[in-house]
Design a protein around this ligand. Structure first.
Ligand SMILES: CC(C)(COP(=O)(O)OP(=O)(O)OC[C@H]1O[C@@H](n2cnc3c(N)ncnc32)[C@H](O)[C@@H]1OP(=O)(O)O)[C@@H](O)C(=O)NCCC(=O)NCCS
Length: 193
């Protein structure tokens, strides 16, 4: 696969620090284990991680995703004062199971300690711009976002990131037992927020 930009910088807002989106690496394991314990994450976007071995497996799977081009996952980090390394604040992913398809899917979560300061919408906005730029030549024309209908915080992220509601989606058990929403972001200017 051709070389893609794998670091995205998001400027600070009036109320929140800058973000750096970069590839996952094995040094993230300890923070990932702590973050994955959160109840909301377990309910809405479970990360199958509970110890060092499972954290390393999950991080290696993200590395493989970049190698195959099927899952392009970024760790979202906030600056940590002092040592220069970022504090793990979240995750965004572009899923391209079918290369050259006109649509791809996005996913995201924010660590419990970083919620409520627009980490997810700002990271998703950066991912969206990057995806349309990086895959314009492959014909990417729309990004899709699914969430459970009762996940109101996720619905707000979609709206704030320019993903307009497109339709309700029936349940698909066992993975998706609840009905959901499909939101779509076409290539070009975002829908109104
Ligand atoms: C949904 C989620 C990604 C939002 O991330 P975020 O970085 O906190 O995003 P925002 O700061 O823009 O907040 C979005 C909404 O979350 C809610 N929220 C705000 N502060 C919050 C907090 N401290 N804790 C929990 N939810 C909060 C609000 O409804 C907010 O909407 P508003 O801005 O209109 O008030 C995050 O709550 C999360 O990771 N949840 C669990 C995993 C998940 O649901 N992933 C998406 C699966 S489709």
């Amino acid at each position: 696969m051709r070389k893609l930009t794998d670091r995205l910088d998001v400027a600070p807002s009036a109320t929140a620090p800058a973000l750096v989106l970069r590839r996952w690496n094995l040094a993230d394991a300890a923070e990932l284990i702590a973050v994955a314990r959160d109840a909301a994450l377990r309910r809405w976007a479970p990360v199958p991680v509970d110890d060092e071995a499972s954290a390393r497996r999950w991080i290696r799977a993200q590395e493989r995703g970049w190698e195959t081009g099927e899952r392009l996952a970024f760790a979202v980090t906030e600056p940590r004062v002092g040592d220069g390394a970022g504090l793990l604040a979240g995750y965004v992913v572009l899923k391209r199971a079918v290369p050259d398809a006109p649509s791809a899917e996005v996913g995201y979560w924010t660590a419990a300690h970083a919620r409520g300061r627009a980490v997810a919408p700002r990271a998703l906005d950066a991912l969206t711009r990057w995806a349309f730029d990086a895959f314009a030549g492959e014909g990417l024309r729309r990004l899709e976002l699914f969430h459970s209908a009762s996940n109101e915080a996720s619905c707000r992220v979609a709206q704030k990131s320019g993903f307009a509601w497109a339709r309700d989606v029936p349940p698909l058990p066992p993975e998706f037992p609840e009905h959901g929403h499909l939101h779509v972001h076409p290539r070009g200017p975002a829908a109104s927020r």
